[in-house]
Design a protein around this ligand. Structure first.
Ligand code: NAD
Length: 506
């Protein structure tokens, strides 16, 4: 039992000063956890303590769900749709107005470079809220003709109280993808952040209040997966569960939610391919394939972590990809990127934690033991970065499908390159994984791009790019990468259910 101050004054490494709330965000207030349990977040770039905040336990989940239920029944469900829209649009404007601070908090807590990584995320966060703010008063059912003696119609209703669990790799972006469509559709929310990145999500609660969103509509808990995540996923007071995280935990969450026969959506892991055909524009392909794996320090669920290259250009591509990656990506302090990358170098921040770094280094070792050709990186931080959980951008060539590094999600800046000769072989290799989240195709032949797209067992495909995302375009996976689509109009389907009403005229 520890009593924390309500607010901690923090000065970020870039000189920005701000007040960090320490409490759980429930009913538009920051309150201590009932048992006064706490969690200390660690800065991945310095390995030092960032801040200690309250950490929820089961009692706090009960409290938050009760509050969210009350707000759903008494306020949000009945709130005029146009007014709901206005408040969400106002929230989007507030996110824009605070974007440098939010980017700074996120860089401090997650180790992601501030200007070239976090700032993009925060702009997306604002855009996602703006997009769904626009939808809030346009969620409509249908009228259905039957026989002239009846009128049938549907309404698309919110589920009620939604439980949401998110990972650490995009703390505010994942929060936005979850909260924005849910509240636009009239649900209230209890969201659990990753315990590794609690700060920006709690600060975000201040903007919820400032936007005028009524108390209890959005509730944000920090806490561990084994206690808060588990309890939230199986809680009978929850009407729908949305999860983003690893496939292993996703399976657990789905089984917990099944005890209440709850609607579930899952965004889980990936091992996404990038197929490079010999007619591709190689300069552009180098840019996109390097970005597709090294951006966000490789901590992207849809990172194109397996590059498949046609044999006729294989040797040339491998050498040029190594040169390009070495020149363009460098480990560096998350606050050292000025905005316009120096000499076109993109900074790679540290991995989220020491244990994640260890896992990545073990994968690198296994690649070497299994005979893959290491052509770049392969080690931890460069000598000028004495602290921090850094792993250098790492490339393995001549990787075969039996190797562990070809099959398993590494979730770090490690990419494999494999040779193919025919289109059929490329498709077969691309699909040779339990995952099916993202994938890229590089070719000038659009007919081939369409045909290959249709044969890939993948939910999200980019042609001649990688990992671009827009609020309007659905994102999600198949196979062990999950089900349900976030973003776009499709996400509203996750957060509404159809009620049919039939009126008998006779
Ligand atoms: P994780 O599965 O360890 O944790 C995700 C969330 O689940 C966290 O909030 C965690 O506290 C919680 N959790 C952990 N154990 C739990 C349990 N027993 N019950 C309920 N909740 C529990 O994943 P992570 O390490 O935070 O994130 C990395 C993973 O997330 C990668 O596999 C990545 O591919 C995936 N991811 C997927 C997407 C996508 O859109 N498909 C996006 C981002 C990340």
């Amino acid at each position: 039992m520890v009593n924390l101050p309500d607010i901690i004054s923090i000065e970020l490494p870039d000189g920005q000063k701000y007040d960090q709330p320490t409490g759980l965000f429930i009913n538009n207030e920051f309150i201590p956890s009932i048992k006064k349990t706490t969690w200390t977040s660690i800065n991945p770039a310095t390995e030092e303590e960032n801040a200690t905040v309250y950490c929820a336990t089961e009692e706090d989940v009960d409290n938050a769900i009760g509050v969210a239920r009350g707000a759903f029944k008494s306020t949000w469900k009945k709130f005029p749709a146009g007014e709901r829209s206005k408040l969400i649009l106002k929230l989007a404007d507030l996110i824009d107005a605070n974007k440098l601070l939010l980017a700074g908090i996120e860089a401090y807590d997650s180790g992601k470079p501030k200007m070239t990584n976090c700032l993009y995320d925060i702009e997306d966060v604002a855009n996602v809220f703006r997009y769904y703010g626009g939808w809030a008063d346009k969620i409509q059912g249908k009228t259905i003709p039957i026989d002239g003696k009846h009128l049938s119609y549907t309404i698309h209703e919110p589920h009620g109280v939604v439980g949401q669990i998110i990972p650490w790799n995009y703390p505010l972006d994942m929060l936005a993808w979850k909260i924005a469509p849910a509240i636009a559709a009239g649900n209230t929310v209890v969201l659990k952040t990753s315990e590794l990145t609690p700060l920006s999500a709690l600060y975000f609660g201040k903007l919820i209040v400032e936007a005028g969103i009524p108390p209890g509509v959005v509730n944000i808990l920090t806490g561990t997966g084994s206690v808060v995540g588990k309890y939230l996923a199986g809680h009978p007071g929850i009407d729908k569960v949305a999860f983003t995280g690893s496939t292993k935990v996703g399976k657990l969450v789905q089984s917990l939610a099944s005890t209440n026969l709850n609607s579930v959506s899952m965004e889980t892991g990936g091992k996404s391919p990038a197929i490079v055909f010999d007619d591709a524009n190689i300069d552009k392909t180098l840019y996109w394939t390097a970005m597709g794996i090294f951006y966000n320090s490789g901590q992207v669920c849809s990172a194109t972590s397996r590059i498949l290259v046609q044999d006729t250009i294989y040797d040339e591509f491998v050498e040029r990809f190594r040169e390009f990656s070495e020149k363009s990506y460098r480990c560096g302090d998350p606050f050292s990127d000025a905005g316009v990358p120096e000499d076109d170098v993109t900074i790679i921040g540290p991995q989220i934690s020491g244990s994640q770094k260890t896992v990545i280094l073990e994968y690198i070792e296994s690649g070497q033991l299994q005979g893959a050709r290491l052509i770049l990186g392969g080690c931890e931080q460069p000598v000028d970065l004495k602290k921090g959980y850094y792993v250098q951008p790492t490339i393995f060539a001549d990787v075969t499908p039996e190797m562990k590094i070809f099959k398993e999600e590494i979730f770090g800046p490690v990419v494999t390159i494999t040779k193919f000769s025919t289109t059929e072989e490329a498709i077969e290799l691309a699909n040779r994984t339990e995952y099916g989240l993202g994938g890229s195709i590089f070719t000038k032949d659009l007919a081939k791009a369409h045909l290959v797209s249709s044969d890939l067992e993948i939910g999200t495909i980019w042609v001649n790019s990688s990992n671009e995302s827009s609020p309007q375009v659905p994102f999600g996976g198949v196979k062990m990468s999950g089900f349900g689509r976030e973003l776009g109009e499709y996400s509203l389907q996750l957060y509404t259910q159809v009620k049919s009403i039939t009126i008998n005229f006779e």
